[in-house]
Design a protein around this ligand. Structure first.
Ligand SMILES: Cc1ncc(COP(=O)(O)O)c(C=O)c1O
Ligand SMILES: N[C@@H](CCOP(=O)(O)O)C(=O)O
Length: 430
């Protein structure tokens, strides 16, 4: 598969090159040249397929020929070594738990997949690659874990000071080895802007090979389309009108769901559920896209004011606003509403959600008011104990810590403080 830049000012390139570069030379995000739908029989019989079979069929076209089939099978088997269960709350609402991986957020799959692709491309250890990552909470930890010890790869994670949870901070600042953390005096968007600026900085790019492990990188982004297939596998025999409510920040996940739909997955509708960082909710109301500086919320990983993947969504719908509106709704919720939802989910269903999942649940409820026959699946994108103070405060119940979280609790944070792009540049050049 070849990829083109969504800025249309750079040559088309291979999967390998798109992964190694991260962003096109014209600063555009890469997008696949074509998408060949899978046969209808694949979806009809999906419940008979394993997660790894599904992943192989779905991802093969995007990585071929750069990743040979046998290598892809190994990468997939190593990536998907945990569960993706759907839990039914009631006749109309289920949740897809995406937090059973090593860092307990949905980023684990993309991070592990990309790390292995990069490891394969760099197997002769000829080129040192520096992976830059901006995080509002979960990408950083997942990338740190996924890339730890990968030969020839150095990882630099930028995170907004004081705006990630304690456990998220531990996960991204304590691993050492080839993982370095930069604590930025700013918001997530500042971190993301600095990363994008670094790609255009000749002083840096002439001295080092930079790439990104955010969803702007196709190897981080595309494997997320599998989640929607895994949920469909578990639900399609019993549910006909499946709708996904995706707690959204940088919009990589919902956009990956749309790619699954392009491959033929029968999804009725998407809901992008937002906190008060609601650029896309506003866009669908007004047709005006107005990025704004992010505000801090209790669903902090969604505190994104200028979502990178919006441009990919526009590409999927060929900039046709009506076509997009047909397929995507968006609602935004306050922290107070999110807390009420957390409590309601716990009291009514005896289920402990995290604040991001709770926003997704609220999205389901809003949609179901108008479409009562649908079955809405909200994605539980992180484990509730990653947001221990909020969750315990709301449900008034002490939470047991899973081993993945326990393992980082007592580790010592190591991070370098920076306040602007010059700080990043100096760090990379030192
Ligand atoms: C827990 C959690 N939920 C939701 C999101 C938003 O996902 P996306 O950026 O793909 O929209 C993130 C961050 O990406 C996250 O970490
Ligand atoms: N919510 C993310 C923000 C970055 O998103 P990505 O999917 O582009 O990596 C985070 O948790 O860091």
């Amino acid at each position: 598969m070849n990829y083109y830049s969504l800025n249309h000012k750079a040559p088309n390139t291979t999967f390998k090159d798109a992964v190694v570069k991260g962003l096109a030379p014209d600063k555009g995000l890469y997008f696949p040249e074509s998408i060949t739908p899978l046969p209808a029989s694949f979806f009809e019989n999906i419940d008979t397929l394993s997660y790894t079979d599904i992943a192989f069929e779905a991802l093969q076209q995007f990585v071929s020929p750069d990743i040979p089939k046998d290598v892809l099978k190994t990468i997939i088997a190593e990536t998907l070594s945990f569960e993706f269960p759907v839990v039914k709350l009631n006749d109309n609402i289920s949740t897809l738990e995406l937090f059973h991986g090593p860092t307990m957020a949905f980023k684990d799959v993309g991070a592990r997949f990309m790390a292995r692709c990069l490891g394969y491309f760099n197997k002769d250890n000829t080129n040192q690659v520096t992976v830059l990552v901006a995080t509002s909470g979960d990408t950083g930890g997942a990338v740190a874990n996924g890339f730890l010890g990968v030969k020839g790869v150095n990882v630099v994670i930028l995170y907004p000071s004081g705006k990630v949870s304690d456990i998220q901070e531990k996960q991204l600042t304590t691993l050492g080895q080839n993982i370095k953390a930069l604590e930025v005096d700013g918001v997530f968007d500042d971190c993301q802007d600095m990363v994008k600026r670094a790609f255009l900085d000749d002083t840096l790019t002439s001295k080092m090979q930079l790439t990104s492990a955010n969803s702007i990188n196709v190897a981080r982004w595309l494997p997320q389309l599998l989640y929607f297939m895994f949920a469909y596998k578990q639900l399609h025999k019993t549910q006909k009108e499946i709708v996904f409510s995706v707690p959204s920040g940088n919009f990589g996940n919902v956009c990956a769901g749309m790619m699954a739909q392009q491959l033929g997955l029968p999804i009725k509708h998407f809901i992008a559920s937002n906190n008060q960082n609601n650029v896309v909710t506003n866009y669908l109301k007004t047709e005006l896209y107005t990025p704004k500086r992010s505000v801090q919320t209790i669903s902090n990983a969604m505190d994104v004011g200028n979502p990178s993947n919006f441009i990919r969504i526009q590409e999927i719908y060929k900039n046709n606003f009506s076509a997009l509106k047909e397929n995507l709704s968006s609602f935004s919720f306050t922290d107070e509403e999110t807390k009420v939802a957390l409590k309601e989910i716990y009291d009514t269903y005896n289920y402990v959600a995290d604040p991001h999942g709770a926003v997704g649940y609220l999205g389901c409820k809003s949609y179901l008011k108008v479409h009562p026959k649908a079955h809405c699946v909200f994605l539980e994108t992180a484990h509730p104990t990653k947001f221990l103070d909020v969750v315990e405060d709301v449900i008034k119940e002490k939470q047991a810590l899973p081993p993945q979280i326990e393992a980082v609790m007592d580790k010592t944070k190591v991070a370098t403080k920076i306040s602007d792009y010059d700080g990043l540049k100096a760090f990379l050049l030192q």
